[in-house]
Design a protein around this ligand. Structure first.
Ligand code: NAD
Length: 483
């Protein structure tokens, strides 16, 4: 099964439009999380390789930036078409290296491709401004120029979409990029490079440097004067480190960091719709999503019915190798992630939580953890404060609107919150009081290339998608004109 899928998948560094081995010849293994088998050995970039990638990006930058927006956007449109035409191959590859079930991988590829389409449309709308200075005869001309070489660092949970969400706006803006994908899942982006080349992306405009030495490699690039943007998606812990690194050369940061999403079910919610939303918000990507519902707050009058129905839906999921037909819950990405989920569940149980589904790690190969529901979760449980990043729904109850708003906001994170109620007046009132960059109001999924995705507080800085996503890769210049 693997041989076919992995045939012709590149495993070297992609620098200046060519495949290269690492300068010290080092490599690292990529595993299939369902079997723990090694599926590929990938070149591990050194600091020198990363510098060569910045050279390539800097050399390619001027010509790419000088092209007309329409020309650049047509390349992006072709990238959308090519990725869509190859969707199944990419979906299988994502499942192979990340573990997620095929339906999740298919959704991811569609979502990833949409960023090329959206920014291929948005890139021709780089609007400036002309106005008259209020107290002189001068004119104020404002335009937005490509920000320069961008370093992109992405996580393993969406190997395609987290990268295209950065590559597409960067290219639309006229920037060239160096991407460092997560070491768990480097194959998807390497496989995308021939497609981007076929779409017409010139050599050096997109470079990919997988590496086991992420810290040194990224730090090296952020201390190169030609790098002007760092766009990172990953944990808050690493994001904070990169903000410090970026400060040295005043590199502009865009940070998509961790979350701790509340999922609020009011007593007047349509319970079946709330359950549909809960299954998506919790179980998309087997819970390995920054947008995953982490804390369920269910009104005390509907809690028992909600818990019972959620448990039976969770028990109905089929856990197994994500490549097999009918599987809806794949393994977690690696042993550490699975062990952390298990520890969080055990901690909650020790502090009084009750298990109504799952809760027990299976024996055997593969980083599997079952769909789990915990009720009576005490506020002292670690999973109330920490991102679970796994298929575990942790339920608490509440009685009043004011109480649940306070509970929901009691976190240093602020990425996304979900609210279910039939009363739209209440829904909007509560949404406005939630300190989160995004709110799903009677919706379990909000991700949309046309909308600004991003967090408040320690969940990040900047936005991806929408028009805002383009602006992250542009810098404003004002020219004062004696008219
Ligand atoms: P991570 O922070 O461990 O790694 C992310 C990337 O940073 C990887 O490419 C990794 O190799 C690299 N990295 C690790 N240490 C580094 C260092 N010292 N310097 C430079 N780069 C370094 O995160 P992860 O485990 O891959 O992903 C899970 C996290 O990502 C979760 O916290 C999740 O919430 C977050 N996430 C956020 C969003 C969002 O849009 N807000 C989306 C997806 C995931």
């Amino acid at each position: 099964m693997y041989e076919n899928l992995l045939a012709n998948i590149p495993t070297e560094l992609w620098i200046g439009g060519q495949w290269r081995e690492s300068s010290d010849k080092s490599r690292f293994d990529v595993l299939d999380p369902a079997t723990e088998d090694v599926i590929a050995s990938v070149a591990s970039a050194t600091v020198d390789d990363a510098a060569a990638a910045v050279d390539a990006a800097a050399d390619a930058a001027a010509e790419w930036a000088a092209r007309s927006p329409r020309e650049r956007c047509e390349v992006l449109r072709r990238a959308f078409e090519l990725l869509t035409a190859n969707a199944e191959r990419f979906a299988r590859l994502i499942t192979l290296e990340n573990g997620k079930a095929l339906p999740d991988s298919r959704s991811e590829v569609a979502y990833a491709a949409e960023f090329f389409r959206w920014f291929g449309e948005e890139g021709v709308r780089n609007l400036g401004q002309l106005s008259r200075a209020p107290s002189s005869g001068a004119r104020i001309v404002v335009q937005h120029r490509p920000a320069g070489v961008a370093v992109l660092v992405t996580p393993w949970n969406y190997p395609a979409a987290m990268a295209t969400r950065k590559i597409a706006p960067a290219l639309a803006a006229g920037c060239s990029v160096v991407l460092k994908p997560a070491s768990e899942t480097p194959l998807t982006m390497l496989a995308l490079m021939p497609l981007l080349q076929e779409a017409g992306v010139p050599a050096g405009v997109v470079n990919v440097v997988p590496s086991r030495r992420s810290g040194a490699v990224v730090s090296g690039m952020l201390h190169d004067m030609r790098v002007r943007v760092v766009s990172f998606t990953g944990s808050t812990e690493v994001g904070v480190k990169l903000l410090h690194e970026a400060a040295d050369n005043v590199v502009r940061p865009a940070m998509e960091l961790g979350g701790n999403a509340p999922f609020i079910v009011f007593e007047d919610a349509d319970l079946d719709e709330a359950l549909d939303g809960a299954m998506i918000a919790k179980m998309r990507n087997q819970g390995e999503a920054c947008t995953a519902a982490n804390r369920f707050y269910v009104h005390e009058s509907v809690h028992d019915a909600f818990a019972q129905k959620l448990s039976s839906r969770m028990n109905a999921l089929k856990m197994g190798n994500g490549l097999e037909n009918g599987v809806t819950l794949g393994p977690l990405v690696n042993g550490d992630t699975r062990d952390k989920v298990q520890e969080l569940v055990e901690d909650a149980i020790a502090k009084g939580a009750k298990v109504t589904a799952g809760g027990k790690r299976p024996d055997g190969k593969g980083f599997f953890y079952p769909a789990t529901v915990l009720t009576h979760v005490p506020v002292s449980a670690n999973l109330v404060r920490e991102e679970i990043f796994g298929p575990v729904a942790a339920l608490q109850t509440f009685s009043t609107e004011a109480e649940v708003i306070e509970l929901a906001n009691k976190t240093e994170f602020g990425l996304i919150a979900y609210v279910y109620t039939r009363d739209m007046k209440r829904g909007l009132r509560v949404s406005e009081k939630l300190d989160f960059g995004m709110v799903g109001l009677n919706r379990g999924v909000v991700s949309d290339p046309a909308a600004p995705f991003g967090g408040m507080k320690q969940s990040g800085l900047g936005r991806e998608g929408g028009h805002e996503g383009l602006m992250e890769f542009l810098q404003t210049q004002y020219i004062s004109v004696e008219w």
